[in-house]
Design a protein around this ligand. Structure first.
Ligand code: MN
Length: 502
C-alpha cells in the first residue's frame, strides 16, 4: 500500500526558511489544485492530488524555492482540468504561470527512443533549450520520478516505453544538472523494468553482501570517528554509503559479476567543515591505513565535468578489507546530491555556489568530454551573471542555443536548424526528395511562404507534390543550411546534364 501523503509532508520536507507569504501561497496552490483535480484518479486508484504533492515534496527536499513548489503543485492543472493558464496567472502571478507553461510545453514533446546517440544527445539538448528556465526541467524531473515510482500500475508496453525514455533522456539530464539523488533513483527504477532479470540478480548480490558487510561498516565508522576526533577534526556527518543498484550492476558487469573486484562496495562518506579539513582527514586516514595505488582521486582540485567535488581514496581498512572513503564539505555534499538546485540553499553566501557548479577556479585544467561542450557554453554565460537574485533568475533561462532552433514535424520528430532557417531548409533536413517536391508549407497549421523564418518550437508541415519536381533556383537566395544549398545545386546539375544542355 502506498503511504498517504498530505500537504503537511511537503512543508515538513522544506529545508530552507519560508516567509509567511510563501507559506500562504503554497497552501493556496494546494487548495486550488485539490479542487481542480477533485474526482480525478491516478492509475493506482489514488486521488490525483497525491501525485502533485509527491512532486512538490521531492522538490522541497532538494531545496527548491517557493515559486517552484507552487508551480509543481499546479503543474497538471491546465493540461488535465478545465482551468486555464490565464486563471492561474491571475491568482498566482506570472512567474508561476511561466513555469507551468514551460512544463506543459515540455510534456508535448515526444522523446522517442532510438539507439542513435547523436539523436539522443540532440533530444537532451533540445529538452534543456526548450525549457528556457532550468527550474522547469527540475520540476519535470521530479514529475518523472513520481511517475516512475508508480509505473507498476501501467500496462507492460507503456512501462517499457516510459522506462526507456527515462533512461535515455531524463536520467542523463539529471546527471548533467548534477542532481545525483534523482539520477540514481531514476536509473534504478528504469533498470527494474528494462532488465528485470539482471535487476533481481544484482539485488540479491547486494542484499547478501550488505547483510554481511553492515556490521563491519558500523565498526569502521566508529573507528574513524574516534581517529579523526582525536586529531581535532570536527565531523559533521559520517555514514556508510550503498551504491545505487544500476551503477553496481554496471561495475559488476565489467568484472564478470565478481563481487570481490568491487572496491567501493563499502564506501564511507565523511563530511567535514572546510576544504583544509578534507585534506587533513585524508592524511590522517592514510597514516593509519595504507592507500591503494592509483585510487586516490582529488576531485576538489579537479572537479568532474558536472561539477562534482570530493576526495576519494581506497584503503586497506581494518582487518585488511578494502574500502573506499569519500571526504567532502557540506556544500560539496549538497551540490553532489542536489546539483544546480543546491543554489537555493546557498544564496545567502558571499559567492553563489551555482557559479561554481559548472565553472570552478580550476576548471580550466579539466578537459571536457566532447559531448559536454554545451556545458562550456553554460559556463561562459554563468560567468557573466552577477550575484543579484533577479539577475540569477534571468541567467537561469538557458540561452546558450542562441544560434539554434528546434522545429517539429507533425508527428513530433525534432529537426535541429540554424536560426532564420526556412521551410525549404526544414524539408531538405528531412529528406532530399521531400525538399525537391516542396510546393508549400504550414507553420503551426497556418500557410506560410517558403522563405518564412521558422521560430523555435513551431510545428512545420511540408506540402509536396507526387511527381518529381525540380527545386527552384530562387530558393538559393534565402535557404540557410548547406544541405539545402548543395541539394538544390546538385539537382540542377543533374537535370542540366540529363537534358544535355551542359
Ligand atoms: Mn505530472
Amino acid at each position: 500500500m502506498p503511504i498517504p501523503i498530505v500537504i503537511d509532508d511537503v512543508f515538513k520536507a522544506i529545508t530552507r526558511p519560508l516567509s509567511g507569504s510563501d507559506e500562504k501561497l503554497i497552501l493556496e496552490a494546494y487548495h486550488f489544485a485539490e479542487n481542480a483535480h477533485r474526482g480525478q484518479k491516478r492509475k493506482s486508484g489514488a486521488d490525483y492530488i497525491v501525485h502533485c504533492l509527491h512532486v512538490a515534496k521531492t522538490l522541497a527536499e532538494i531545496g527548491m524555492d517557493a515559486k517552484t513548489l507552487v508551480a509543481s503543485i499546479l503543474h497538471d492543472v491546465p493540461e488535465d482540468t478545465e482551468i486555464t493558464l490565464a486563471e492561474i496567472e491571475k491568482k498566482f502571478g506570472d512567474e508561476v504561470a511561466y513555469l507551468i507553461d514551460g512544463i506543459t510545453k515540455l510534456g508535448k514533446i515526444k522523446l522517442r527512443g532510438t539507439k542513435e546517440e547523436y539523436y539522443l544527445e540532440n533530444l537532451r539538448k533540445m529538452f534543456l533549450a526548450m525549457a528556457k528556465d532550468i527550474r522547469v526541467v527540475i520540476i519535470k524531473l521530479a514529475d518523472r520520478l513520481h511517475n516512475m515510482r508508480t509505473l507498476e500500475h501501467l500496462p507492460p508496453d507503456k512501462q517499457e516505453r516510459i522506462a526507456r525514455e527515462t533512461m535515455e533522456v531524463y536520467a542523463p539530464i539529471a546527471n548533467r544538472l548534477g542532481i545525483g539523488e534523482i539520477k540514481g533513483e531514476l536509473e534504478d527504477l528504469c533498470f527494474k523494468y528494462l532488465e528485470p532479470e539482471h535487476y533481481a540478480e544484482t539485488k540479491k548480490i547486494e542484499e547478501m553482501y550488505l547483510r554481511e558487510g553492515e556490521k563491519y561498516m558500523q565498526s569502521v565508522i566508529a573507528l574513524f570517528r574516534t581517529l579523526l576526533t582525536k586529531e581535532k577534526i570536527q565531523i559533521l556527518d559520517i555514514s556508510g554509503r550503498t551504491k545505487h543498484l544500476y551503477r553496481l550492476y554496471q561495475k559488476l558487469k565489467r568484472h564478470d559479476m565478481d563481487v570481490s573486484q568491487i572496491y567501493d562496495f563499502i564506501a564511507i562518506r565523511v563530511v567535514v567543515p572546510t576544504i583544509a579539513d578534507c585534506y587533513e582527514s585524508l592524511g590522517i586516514i592514510h597514516r593509519e591505513y595504507r592507500p591503494m595505488v592509483g585510487r586516490i582521486k582529488d576531485y576538489i582540485s579537479l572537479p568532474k565535468p558536472n561539477g562534482y567535488q570530493s576526495l576519494h581514496t581506497t584503503v586497506f581498512g581494518p582487518d585488511g578489507r578494502i574500502l573506499e572513503i569519500q571526504i567532502r564539505t557540506q556544500k560539496m555534499h549538497d551540490e553532489s546530491e542536489y546539483g544546480i538546485a543546491a543554489h537555493w540553499m546557498y544564496t545567502e553566501k558571499a559567492r553563489p555556489s551555482w557559479q561554481n557548479l559548472f565553472f570552478r577556479r580550476k576548471t580550466d585544467t579539466v578537459t571536457l568530454p566532447k559531448d559536454l561542450t554545451w556545458v562550456k557554453q553554460l559556463q561562459e554565460w554563468q560567468k557573466e551573471v552577477g550575484r543579484d537574485d533577479r539577475e540569477f533568475a534571468e541567467g537561469l533561462k538557458i540561452e546558450f542555443f542562441k544560434n539554434h532552433i528546434f522545429a517539429f514535424t507533425p508527428k513530433g520528430d525534432i529537426i535541429d536548424l540554424p536560426e532564420e532557417a526556412t521551410p525549404i531548409d526544414f524539408a531538405y533536413a528531412i529528406h532530399s526528395e521531400i525538399g525537391n517536391r516542396t510546393v508549400g508549407a504550414k507553420a503551426d497549421r497556418k500557410m506560410v511562404p517558403l522563405d518564412y523564418q521558422i521560430k523555435n518550437g513551431q510545428v512545420i508541415e511540408i506540402i509536396t507534390v507526387k511527381e518529381k519536381k525540380k527545386p527552384s533556383l530562387d530558393w538559393l537566395a534565402f535557404v540557410k543550411t548547406s544541405t539545402a544549398k548543395s541539394r538544390i545545386r546538385q539537382e540542377h546539375r543533374h537535370s542540366e546534364f540529363e537534358t544535355g544542355k551542359q
